[in-house]
Structure formats: C-alpha cells, structure tokens
Design a protein around this ligand. Structure first.
Ligand code: CA
Length: 235
C-alpha cells in the first residue's frame, strides 16, 4: 500500500488532502506542525511527503533539508502560498522534488504525486536490477539471467537454480556439502531427497556450459560440490 505523509497546518486543507488520497486507496498520515511531521518522516518509510512551507515548529524547507542530511530520500512536494521564484528555488535547493503554489487544484497535486511515486518505483527497481559479477559470467539478480562476460550467450535460470548459483558464487572455490545446499535451497523442514539437488546441479552445469563460461561445478565425491574455474583452482 502506498503511504503518504501530509504536513499541513491549515486544518481544512489537510482534511481535504487526507480524504482525497485516502479515497485513492493510500494510507495517509497527517501532521499539523513541522516537528511532528519531521519526526514521523524519520521513523516511518513513506512513499511520498506533501509538506507546506510555512509551518509551526519547523518550516518545510528545514524538514526536507534535515531529512536529506539524514539520508532519507522520500520524495517531497512542497506547498506554499508564496509565489516568489526565490522560494521555489529554495525549495529545490533544500532537496524537494516538486513545488506547488497555493491555491492549486487537487487534481494537479494528485498528478504530481503520481509522477513522484512512479519515479520512486523506477529507482527502486533499478536498485534491484543488480548484478553478481564474476570474471567470466554475470548473473542478473532481478531477471535471473545468466550471461557470459562477452554478453553473446545468455540463459534464464529458474528461481532455485538462481539461489543455488548465487550460493556457489558467494562461496567460490569452497566445497559446499549436500546438506548445506539442501538447507539453503529448500530450508530445514523438508524431506527432499538428495538426488533432487543433484538434478539442479546438473541443470546448472548445462547452463554454465551453454554460456561457455570458464566456471564449472565440480563434484567432490562423498563431500559435496564446489564452483571453480576450469583451468585452475585459483579464486
Ligand atoms: Ca502553513
């Protein structure tokens, strides 16, 4: 659920905003003074903040500035009755993403909040789209795509294959026992037969082979498996 924080000391406006965003299915929290709003933004993970500039306790510029200095990057839209360009610049400088002058149409605010939420989501997705990089292959976390470094051979892994390979990568060159692998992939409370994990190992081997990487999964008879380079065992 989308969580919105509204910091606005004009009670009637705050009520209107509350009702509006609540009716859109969002979880809305309202504060009528700057300090309570700021403290709430520190403690709670909101998706967006709508804050007035002139507030009792702490003004909107200071709220944003202090949040940014505490590394809280929740997008902020500033509301203000003042129309001077100077104020607008000050708002952006403080770290606000957007700025709306009162009086405004609520549809306008709504549209801008939507833009912020969309941007925020994209950034989060970008963060998730990280890679596990090895000298000879790359494993994409979000899409579970395995590819060679040249990028001309790619193949998608299943969720279990992905978990298995990333476990091997974390422990490159080290032997992992069948028990460790089973627990990592299926958890403790299972009665998975060991040959089941052998099946996944063989899938993974085929896929590593397919992308023509130098890494291979070696069977250490009676002990377990390890991921290592084909040519030598150097990590
Ligand atoms: Ca005010």
């Amino acid at each position: 659920m989308v969580r919105i924080l509204i910091i606005e000391d004009e009670i009637r406006l705050a009520d209107v905003l509350y009702d509006w965003f609540q009716s859109k299915g969002m979880q809305v929290t309202v504060f009528h003074d700057g300090i309570s709003g700021y403290e709430s933004a520190l403690k709670t993970s909101y998706d967006a903040i709508i804050s007035d500039v002139m507030l009792p306790g702490m003004d909107g510029f200071s709220i944003v500035k202090k949040l940014r200095s505490r590394k809280i990057q929740t997008p902020v839209i500033m509301l203000t009755a003042r129309v001077e360009l100077q104020d607008k610049l000050q708002g952006f400088e403080a770290g606000a993403e957007d700025y709306l002058t009162k009086p405004f149409e609520i549809e306008e605010l709504d549209a801008r909040v939507k833009v912020l939420l969309r941007q925020n989501r994209k950034e989060t997705e970008t963060e998730l789209e990280e890679h596990i990089d090895r000298p000879d292959f790359i494993l994409e976390k979000n899409s579970r795509v395995l590819k060679n470094t040249a990028g001309n051979k790619t193949i998608k892994l299943s969720a279990k294959e992905y978990t298995l390979l990333s476990y091997f990568v974390e422990n490159f060159g080290q032997i992992l026992s069948k028990e460790q692998i089973t627990v990592r992939i299926w958890g403790y409370d299972t009665d998975v037969e060991y040959n089941n994990e052998e099946v996944y190992i063989s899938f993974l081997r085929k896929k590593l082979n397919f992308i023509e990487t130098d890494s291979m999964i070696e069977t250490i008879r009676g002990v377990g498996y390890r991921l290592r380079g084909k040519e030598n065992e150097a990590i």
